[in-house]
Write a protein that binds this ligand. Structure first.
Ligand code: DAK
Length: 258
C-alpha cells in the first residue's frame, strides 16, 4: 500500500505507523486519516501484525485536526458530510492493541487520536491539550468525553475551557498517559513494550482489550460478568493450557494463538 501522509513499517509482530506531515506539525487532514484507516484495515487482516504503534515526530505527535482544511467549511458542509466520523474513528474499532507513542505536541485532534488508542506512552517532551476553544470551537473527535473519563471532570473542564497544555509528568499523574519515558531511547522502549505484548497469546490479548474496553459501556456488575465469561472462555484455548503448563514446567510458553 502506498501512502503519502503516513509511513508504515512492520517488524517482529509490530506495525509502526508514523504520522508524516512534519511541515504541518502532523495536522490531521482527511487524506491522512483515510490512509490511517486503510492501514488499520490492512493490519486487522494481517497475521504478521499483532500490535500497532502510532507515533509522530519529536516535535509533534499531531497538533490537531487540520485548521487550514476546516477553516472554510460551514455547518452544512460538516453536518451533511458527517465530518470526522467514519474513517476518523477506525482506531477505536481495532481488535488488536494500539499504542500511542507521543513526543511533542498532542493537541486537539492529536490528543483525541492518542486517547482513541488503547494506551498512551509519553516521551518526557509530550504536551497534551484541547485548545479548540481558542479557535472558537470545541473538541470534535471525542475529547470532551474521553479526556473527562481519563483525567476526571475538573481537569478536563479546565483544559477544554482554557486550552492549557498538560506536560508529560502531569499526564502520567492524571491517568492520561500510562507512563513517561525519557526522550533518549524513546522509540526503543516503545518497540520493546509493543514486542512484549506481541509475544503473548493473541487470543488472550484481544480478550483483555475487549474486557477493559467494556468499562466505558456498562455497570460494574455487568462488566465483571462479561470479564468472567471471557475468563471462562480462555480455558477453552490451547494457549491457556500451554501458558499454565509452561509455568509449572519452568519453561517459556510457546503460544500458538489457538
Ligand atoms: N492545522 C493546520 N496547520 C497546522 C496546525 C493545525 N492544527 N498546527 C500547526 N500547523 C502548521 C502551522 O500553520 C505552520 O504552517 P506554516 O505557517 O509553516 O505554513 C506549521 O504547522 C508549523 O507551526 P507553527 O509555526 O505554529 O509552529 P510553532 O512551533 O510556533 O507552534 C504549535 C507549534 C503546535 C503550538 C502551533 O502550531 C499551534 O498552536 N497549532 C495549532 C494547535 C491547535 O489549535 N490544535 C487544535 C486544532 S482544532 C469538529 C470540531 C472541532 C474540531 C474537529 C471537528 N467538528 C464539529 C466535527 C477540532 C479539531 C482540532 O483539532
Amino acid at each position: 500500500m502506498a501512502f503519502e501522509n503516513i509511513i508504515v513499517e512492520k517488524k517482529d509482530g509490530v506495525a509502526l505507523v508514523t504520522l508524516n506531515r512534519p511541515e504541518a506539525m502532523n495536522a490531521l487532514c482527511t487524506p491522512l486519516m483515510e490512509e490511517l484507516h486503510d492501514a488499520l484495515e490492512d493490519f486487522e487482516h494481517d497475521d504478521a501484525v499483532r500490535v500497532v504503534v502510532i507515533t509522530g515526530n519529536e516535535k509533534a505527535f499531531a497538533a490537531g485536526a487540520d485548521i487550514k482544511e476546516m477553516a472554510p467549511r460551514d455547518f452544512m458542509d460538516v453536518y451533511k458530510a458527517d465530518f470526522i466520523t467514519h474513517k476518523w474513528e477506525r482506531v477505536t474499532q481495532c481488535r488488536k492493541p494500539v499504542i500511542a507513542a507521543v513526543s511533542g505536541y498532542a493537541l486537539g485532534g492529536g490528543c483525541e487520536l492518542a486517547m482513541m488508542c488503547d494506551f498512551i506512552l509519553a516521551s518526557e517532551t509530550a504536551k497534551f491539550g484541547q485548545p479548540e476553544v481558542t479557535l472558537g470551537t470545541l473538541p470534535g473527535i471525542g475529547g470532551s468525553q474521553r479526556l473527562t473519563r481519563l483525567v476526571g471532570r475538573a481537569k478536563a473542564m479546565e483544559m477544554c475551557l482554557t486550552g492549557r497544555m498538560m506536560d508529560a509528568a502531569e499526564a502520567e499523574r492524571s491517568g492520561l498517559a500510562a507512563r513517561v519515558i525519557p526522550a533518549e531511547g524513546f522509540m526503543d522502549e516503545i518497540m520493546k513494550t509493543a514486542q512484549k505484548i506481541a509475544g503473548f497469546s493473541q487470543v488472550a490479548v484481544m480478550m483483555i482489550k475487549d474486557a477493559v474496553n467494556r468499562v466505558d459501556e456498562t455497570t460494574l456488575a455487568e462488566g465483571v460478568r462479561y470479564e468472567r465469561q471471557l475468563f471462562h472462555a480462555s480455558f477453552g484455548t490451547a494457549d491457556q493450557k500451554e501458558g499454565m503448563a509452561a509455568f509449572i514446567e519452568k519453561r517459556k510458553p510457546a503460544f500458538k494463538d489457538r
